[in-house]
Ligand binder design. Structure first.
Ligand code: UDP
Length: 485
């Protein structure tokens, strides 16, 4: 990412939804803005800022607001709707006051007034409040363009009668209505919110996801962490519905430096890299289902037996909160007993380093969008077991479009795990496709590549919006009218 001559007055407030995958992705984005010469204020929730060990630097600072939930709230996947509701109704009030105060700039001289907001697109209020205060706002989505397009197509799916489908209906039926995907999309590949909704017109979850997706059309632009080589067709279908679209990913591969500190909410266990050093090239299966997935004890057992039966050494990320109420110590013992010297378990891995390691031969993953991009950049074959939301459609793209891996969705059976892991480890075809995709994606993020060009265009766009905002902010009466509301 080249430095561009940005106006020093361009100051972007970056506001991710306070969950891990969104924070890491938007931190990479913040790193890119810093490298381009802009000022960045990164907005965490109080809860996450306490965990994130964030270190500010001359043009980057971290601030936080309450997410509105009680301290003891688990903020886990089972209660994520409560978090979203609390952000909209409670955090939005603190956000409004914070933004109003940031319009004034920093009296100690370090930071100019905020001139632009880039907010997580799943929090529509964050765009609306900024615009109400006269600050131009962009929507940033951390999930795939293909899932965004599927959400955007929900009214069409209803119109065509593709939704709802009932429990017990054939999930392999093809689905019409998501443009460009008619030849390969099945019911089971639609984002998980489309399942089990008998009355889609009144299903709150579907209404919410459609609502915030369509709302991005009101923002100054939609920013997506994806690459043209992976999602050209979906991007082309999204564009007419948005004021502008920027495809600037995979951001983790664009940043010349490590992301600005303050991202990871877990402590990485680096010991597993030394363990990988002792393994043969492409001999290890890396297993991680991301930061939110939870599985039952039965599913854990199927995975374990399947991994052992596949016969390869494996490195498994087992978060302490991942398998129901089971004690993680007991699970670790079960893995050690079954996997013997071939198994290594960690609570949290330095995933990008692991995927880059020569010893890793395939990735058993939930197909979260960050993980999918990280595997794509490293050319690592995948076996996908999607858990929820966009993961169901991402895994279809892995198995059926990019052909860089296999899609195991809706099945959790030791024999299938063993068969698919072996195939992903051994198939020359899958490896060749994974490496070809990696070459294309790396071209996108290199100098002269499409994502790099789009990032530059985005910085210019933000600088231009900021120039107009700065002119307005200089008008003291204008600022006073907002700050006092
Ligand atoms: N991750 C990590 N260590 C782990 C597991 C995951 O660093 O042990 C990172 C991974 O590299 C990715 C993110 O956590 O950047 C997970 O994001 P993703 O979108 O794949 O899934 P989510 O956690 O949102 O379900």
């Amino acid at each position: 990412m080249d430095m561009v001559a940005a106006t020093p007055a361009a100051h972007v407030l970056v506001f991710p939804c306070p969950v891990h995958g969104h924070i890491t992705c938007m931190l990479h984005f913040a790193t890119g803005l810093l490298a381009a010469g802009l000022h960045v204020t990164f907005l965490h929730s109080d809860h996450n800022l306490r965990r994130a060990a964030a270190a500010s630097s001359p043009r980057l600072r971290y601030v936080s607001i309450p997410d509105g939930l009680p301290v003891e709230h688990p903020r886990d996947v089972g209660r994520i709707v409560e978090l979203m509701e609390s952000l909209k109704t409670k955090a939005s009030v603190a956000y409004r006051s914070l933004l109003a105060s940031l319009l004034l700039g920093d009296a100690t001289g370090g930071f100019p007034p905020v001139t632009c907001v880039v907010a997580d697109g799943i929090m529509s209020f964050a765009v609306d409040v900024a615009e109400e205060l006269g600050i131009p706002a962009l929507a940033f989505r951390t999930d795939s363009a293909c899932s965004f397009l599927a959400y955007l197509s929900l009214p069409r799916l209803l119109e065509l009668g593709e939704l709802p489908f009932k429990d017990g209906d054939d999930l392999d039926e093809p689905v019409r209505g998501v443009p460009g995907m008619e030849s390969f999309l099945r019911r089971r590949d639609l984002p998980s919110q489309c399942r089990d909704c008998s009355d889609p017109d009144n299903d709150p979850l579907l209404q919410i996801v459609y609502g915030f997706t369509a709302h991005s059309g009101n923002a100054r632009a939609l920013v997506l962490n994806t690459a043209a080589s992976m999602e050209r067709a979906a991007l082309a279908h999204i564009a007419p519905h948005m004021r502008d679209v920027f495809a600037i990913g995979p951001l983790h591969a664009m940043s010349p430096t490590a992301p600005a500190a303050g991202g990871s909410l877990w402590r990485e266990d680096d010991g597993c890299l030394a363990w990988l050093d002792g393994q043969a090239d492409r001999s290890v299966v890396y297993v991680s289902l991301g930061s939110l997935t939870v599985i039952s004890l039965e599913q854990f057992t199927e995975f374990l037996h399947g991994l052992v039966a596949a016969g390869y050494p494996f490195l498994w990320v087992l978060r302490p909160d991942m398998v129901g109420a089971s004690q993680s110590a007991t699970l670790r013992e079960a893995v050690a007993a079954a996997g013997k010297s071939k198994a290594r378990v960690v609570e949290w891995a330095p995933q990008r380093g692991v995927l880059r390691h020569r010893a890793v031969g395939c990735f058993l993953t939930h197909a979260g969008w960050n993980s999918t991009l990280e595997a794509a950049v490293e050319g690592v074959p995948m076996v996908c077991w999607p858990f929820f939301t966009d993961q169901q459609i991402n895994s279809r793209f892995v198995g059926g479009v990019w052909r860089t891996g296999l899609d195991m969705k809706d099945v959790c059976d030791a024999a299938v795990v063993a068969r698919m892991v072996r195939e992903a480890m051994e198939s020359g075809q899958i490896r060749a496709s994974a490496q070809a995709l990696a070459r294309e994606v790396r071209r996108d993020v290199a100098d002269g590549g499409s994502s790099t060009a789009e990032f530059k265009r985005l910085v210019e766009f933000i600088v231009e919006l900021s120039t107009t905002a700065v002119a307005a902010i200089k008008d003291e009466e204008y600022v006073a009218s907002y700050v006092n509301i």
